[in-house]
Structures are given as structure tokens and as C-alpha cells.
Ligand binder design. Structure first.
Ligand SMILES: NC(=O)c1ccc[n+]([C@@H]2O[C@H](COP(=O)([O-])OP(=O)(O)OC[C@H]3O[C@@H](n4cnc5c(N)ncnc54)[C@H](O)[C@@H]3O)[C@@H](O)[C@H]2O)c1
Length: 375
């Protein structure tokens, strides 16, 4: 198979997990814990990093294999790596670094334009850009989406800014018109709180249980959680996480209006590091109104959860490019993102769509929808 030329934006803990997984797979042949060892012939060892962008002075100018251990990154070093010749380049800071995060991300003070990034994308022949900057980076994410379009790369948006799922249709149409795929938004971790919560609520719905109320509280101890202490940066994260669950329930938005659902990052507990602890509570009624109640605690390494998904999505973006697909790739986004272009009713439904997409049995139907409502 051909190589997959990937640019990473935001060289934080998620990037470290992705880069190390790829480098280890090149060395060992295969690594454990992948959702798909192979997607349409592509293995994760086919991924080549061609571009890396960050704003942290301690990461800029370093080889990617070194930058992943700099600054506030705490994802463990799993092996020794030789330099790969990809030096971290400065990106535009914009709203990427909240005031309370300045000591943690130590941003540069250079003026970087969208066209600087677009030029880097072109010069390095990067075909896919992956966005992994802090939650709340609305302007910066849009700047990178624009740079992807101008530079001619597909865009994967790992964070809760609505690009692939932009309700105004602006970004879907921009990517469609540019002939480029866009996948997103906001990664749904491999076995994280969102996939577990939505699997439970969709199972309850299928089994005739009437869900009455539910919450999901999440705590963690890395810069991702520290950044999310600022509630103003969180609004789209709450929407994204909440809608992923309410989409599985009949008349799901009612739970939001009635205040019967509360989902989101809840606190920063420094000693947890990259371990995320999620508490999920669901209360419902069965036949004749008898109560059903569920309390679950989940504990995972949040960054391996992200990387496992992203390693699939990168290969799906490549498959989309190979097939000449453009605009939001709904079928590949529904299974892997909390806020996809079109919500699905259950993880199973999303999985079926995905399988059909990989085997080429499903067209990228959302393209027609977007074109019809934006014309
Ligand atoms: N399971 C998960 O970990 C998960 C799931 C869904 C979404 N996400 C999201 O993925 C993103 C990355 O997570 P992380 O743990 O790697 O974060 P992190 O805090 O470890 O790293 C963020 C990086 O972004 C850099 N950055 C800040 N502003 C930037 C800008 N304008 N341009 C380029 N780089 C910039 C920072 O310097 C830092 O290196 C976060 O938004 C997180 O919420 C993570």
C-alpha cells in the first residue's frame, strides 16, 4: 500500500500516543489494542509524519520524536526513537492558549498567518491534517481548517469545534468545493465514557426501559482537564458529549430542555495524570414503572483511547482521498466522533455504516444532503 502523509497540529499527550504507536508498529510489525489492524489494506505503519505544528516554545524547533516529551506532556516514553527529520513548526496561537494555561503551554510571540501553514502543508506534501489543540480553540481550529483547504489537505478535527458538523453548512461546503474530505468532530475515545454511556442508553431504549435522568462526571489530571476548568471554553464540549448520549434516546433533546441530563468534564485532579475516571449514572423505569438504576465507574488512560481512534480515522481519511470523496465523511465519522455530521441512534448503527463504507457498499450520502441545503 502507499504511504499516508500526515501533519499533526498540537503536539500534546494525544500526539505522543499517536506518534509512539506508529513508530512502535514500524519496529514491531503490529501492536496490540487497535480497533482495525488493517483498513482497506492500510496498516498504521503506513503512516508517515510530514508536518508537526505547535505553539509551545519548548517544542518548536525540536524533532517530533523529541517534542512529544517536552513541555507539559506526560504520556510515558515507551521506547527510544531516532529522529525522523520532522521539526515542530510554530502555528498561530490565536485562542489556543487560555490565560490560566500560559505557564503550561508557554506560547511563542511570533506572528504566524494561515498562509504560512498552508504553504507548509503544500511544501511537505501533507495530505491529511489532524487537529488536536486545546478545547475552546474556536478561532485557531478555523484557521487550521482554512489552512488545510488552502494547502490542499484533508482535515480531521479531533476536538469539539464544529467543522465537519458545522450546522450552518459553511465548512462542509468549503471542503466539498475544495474537493477535500473532512472528518469530525471531537474524538469518541476507544472505550471512553461517551461510547460506554451511549451504548448503555441505546441498549436500555432497545429493551424498552424509559430513561428518566442521567449524568456523566469526568475527572483527570492532565493539561486537557486543567484547560477545561474554564467553563467558558467548555460550551461546545458539553454539547458534543451530551448530544452523543441524547442521540440514542427517543426525543433526546427533551432531556436537555428538562434538565434531566448533565454530562461533561467535572474537575482537575493533578495526581491522576492521563488517567481519566468517569462516573456514569442512569435512572429509568421498566414495565409497570419499576425502577432501574445504574452506577458505573470507568478508569482508562485517556490518551491511548484517543490515539486508537485517530489511527483508524487517519486511514479512513486516506481511503476517502483515494476514492475522491469530498465534504464531510459521515459514514466514517459517526463511529469515531462525539459530534458527527449526522447523529446515529446507536454504536451498532454507526458500526454497520462504517463497515459498509470500508467495503465500499455505502456512498457518502451526506454530500448530497449538504449540497442540497447549501445551494
Ligand atoms: N480521550 C481524549 O484524550 C480526547 C478525546 C476527545 C478530544 N480530545 C481533545 O484532543 C485535544 C488534545 O488533547 P491533549 O491531551 O493532547 O492536549 P494537551 O493539553 O496535551 O496538548 C495540547 C497541545 O496543543 C498546543 N497548542 C495550543 N494552542 C495551539 C495552537 N493555536 N496551535 C497549535 N498548537 C497549539 C499546546 O501547546 C499543546 O502542546 C484536546 O482538545 C482534547 O480535549 C481528547
Amino acid at each position: 500500500m502507499g504511504k499516508i502523509r500526515v501533519g499533526l497540529i498540537g503536539i500534546g499527550n494525544c500526539a505522543s500516543a499517536i506518534v509512539q504507536s506508529v513508530l512502535l508498529s514500524k519496529k514491531k510489525g503490529i501492536i496490540e489494542g487497535l480497533l482495525y489492524p488493517e483498513i482497506a489494506g492500510y496498516k498504521i505503519s503506513d503512516i508517515e509524519f510530514t508536518l508537526a505544528i505547535d505553539v509551545d516554545r519548548r517544542k518548536i524547533g525540536k524533532d517530533l520524536t523529541q517534542a512529544i516529551f517536552e513541555g507539559s506532556n506526560i504520556f510515558p516514553k515507551l521506547d527510544d526513537y531516532s529522529p525522523i527529520g520532522v521539526t515542530v513548526q510554530p502555528g498561530p496561537v490565536l485562542d489556543g492558549v487560555a490565560e490560566h494555561m500560559e505557564a503550561y503551554f508557554q506560547p511563542h510571540d511570533m506572528k504566524i498567518e494561515i498562509d504560512d501553514i498552508a504553504r507548509l502543508v503544500k511544501d511537505t506534501e501533507t495530505e491529511i491534517l489532524v487537529n488536536m489543540i486545546p478545547v475552546g480553540s474556536e478561532q485557531a481550529t478555523r484557521a487550521y481548517a482554512e489552512a488545510a483547504i488552502r494547502g490542499g489537505a484533508a482535515f480531521i478535527n479531533g476536538i469539539p469545534v464544529f467543522i465537519a458538523s458545522d450546522p450552518t453548512g459553511y465548512w462542509p461546503k468549503r471542503f466539498f468545493d475544495a474537493g477535500l474530505p473532512v472528518l469530525g468532530d471531537d474524538v469518541k475515545g476507544q472505550f471512553g465514557a461517551t461510547i460506554l454511556h451511549s451504548a448503555l442508553t441505546s441498549l436500555m431504549r432497545d429493551r424498552g426501559i424509559i430513561v428518566e435522568e442521567t449524568y456523566q462526571l469526568n475527572v483527570g489530571g492532565n493539561t486537557d482537564f486543567l484547560n477545561m476548568k474554564m467553563e467558558e471554553r467548555l460550551s461546545s464540549k458539553r454539547i458534543s458529549k451530551t448530544k452523543a448520549v441524547t442521540a440514542t434516546l427517543d426525543n433526546g433533546d427533551r432531556y436537555i430542555y428538562d434538565g434531566k441530563v448533565r454530562i461533561g468534564p467535572s474537575d482537575y485532579v493533578p495526581f491522576l495524570g492521563n488517567t481519566k475516571v468517569a462516573y456514569i449514572y442512569i435512572k429509568g423505569r421498566s414495565l409497570l414503572g419499576f425502577p432501574v438504576e445504574l452506577d458505573i465507574k470507568l478508569k482508562v488512560d485517556d490518551k491511548s483511547m484517543f490515539a486508537a481512534v485517530m489511527l483508524d480515522v487517519i486511514r479512513l481519511a486516506k481511503l476517502s482521498l483515494d476514492r475522491g470523496l469530498r465534504g464531510p465523511i459521515h459514514e466514517a465519522s459517526a463511529y469515531y466522533f462525539k459530534h458527527p455530521p449526522k447523529p446515529v441512534r446507536s454504536p451498532l448503527e454507526a458500526r454497520i455504516l462504517l463497515e459498509q463504507f470500508i467495503t465500499g457498499k455505502q456512498r457518502n450520502t451526506v454530500i448530497e444532503n449538504i449540497v442540497s441545503y447549501t445551494q
